[in-house]
Design a protein around this ligand. Sequence first.
Ligand SMILES: [Zn+2]
Length: 130
Amino acid sequence: MLPRFETERIAQEWIGDRVAWNLRALVLDFCIEAEKHDWSPLITCLLRTIQEDLALHGNAIHCVGRAADIRTMDIQPDAVVEVCEAINKRWEYNRGDKRNLLCAVSKEHGTGPHIHLQVNPMTKIIGWDQ
Ligand SMILES: [Zn+2]
């Protein structure tokens, strides 16, 4: 199952070369998990320019192709929690990083209720390399 895109710009970003490979894998895994709740995820933000990120008080992770926002406004809260939990159980943002950052973060503020999916270059499915 593929994600849906809020705008043509986001659809073009998805097929372009600036989105991190492991963010693509994370988004697709998220879509598989969401399908269990009859939820077809809509991506509302992928890449941002520096100016767009400053206006939203971001931390620049959207500027470098390592984050995607998924709309949750119209989704059952239980489904949002369950899909995020499943993703965070399976995906490790960065082994050894003491901040314990998560790959799927449910956010109520900013541009409306959404899930922020994020990776860094070390992010992977737990146990993939064993
Ligand atoms: Zn975000």
